[in-house]
Write a protein that binds this ligand. Structure first.
Ligand code: APR
Length: 238
């Protein structure tokens, strides 16, 4: 009988950092170089769509050259080999979890390789550059195609499923996130209320570290595979 029946894992930018994708709030993070109000809000898109699309096209180019790291692969192996349920909720818009083999996955902040029409809500895969000159296949309107990512002030995706899973989990693991952005930063509280054991795996203590029953600090490619080995080896004891 596995120690934990229903594991929920939350991941953030720190998980993909060693794959070559910058984080947001670390030294040299994206938000130290770009004004998030200009490039990651619906208001910024209304004011300057070309600027916003250029920002995501730049990120797409960086994403195109990266691959999953040992931490992504360890989480995919956990999902595949663990006898209990494993759900991964990611704040990341990259596709590294999928490329590593994770399947039971929720992109709560959307995906960079998808487009969303701001006029009609039509969604579709979109690997090429975004452009204000392209028209939506759903409504034929031009200029409304944006990355299918959740901007500040917008509601993250699949929140009902996420809260249902948190209310039933018995192990909650938060990996590579600073714990500064809600609602994700509050998930540890939901898990605690469900009676779950809570673990933080991060390079340094996050904003919410005091809420966690256990915290391990180090590089994701080192501490995540070790933690997964313990879970699969049945060795992890709360
Ligand atoms: N291994 C483990 N953790 C790391 C590593 C690493 N190699 N490198 C950085 N970290 C940690 C940092 O210590 C930091 O706590 O990852 C965290 C990254 O924090 P943020 O840059 O704030 O990223 P994240 O928490 O994912 O941001 C949340 O904010 O900008 C929005 O929508 C965006 O999804 C994002 C959300």
């Amino acid at each position: 009988m596995p120690r934990f029946q229903r594991i929920v894992i939350l991941t953030g930018a720190g998980l993909s950092a060693e794959s070559g994708l910058g984080t947001f709030r670390d030294k040299d993070g994206l938000w130290t170089k770009y004004d998030l109000n200009e490039v990651a809000t619906p208001e910024g898109f209304a004011r300057g769509p070309d600027k916003v699309l250029a920002f995501y096209n730049m990120r797409k180019k960086v994403h195109a050259d990266v691959a999953p790291n040992a931490a992504h692969r360890a989480l995919a192996r956990l999902e595949e080999a663990y006898p209990g349920k494993v759900l991964t909720i990611t704040q990341n818009i990259d596709e590294l979890h999928e490329l590593a083999g994770s399947r039971n996955l929720i992109h709560m902040h959307g995906e960079i390789y998808k487009a969303l029409c701001a006029h009609c809500g039509h969604r579709r895969p979109w690997r090429e550059d975004f452009s204000t000159t392209r028209s939506c296949q759903g409504c034929n309107a031009c200029g409304g195609l944006r990355p299918d990512v959740v901007w500040f002030g917008e509601m993250p995706y699949r929140m009902e499923e996420i809260y249902a899973a948190l209310s039933r989990c018995d192990l909650f693991v938060s990996i590579g996130t600073s714990g500064t952005v809600y609602p994700a930063a509050g998930f540890v509280i939901d898990a605690l209320q469900a009676g779950a054991h809570t673990v933080e795996l991060n390079l340094e203590p996050s904003e919410g570290v005091t809420h966690f029953a256990e915290a391990r600090h180090g590089k994701a490619t080192e501490i995540v595979p070790a933690f997964v080995e313990e879970l699969l080896g049945g060795g992890h004891s709360a």
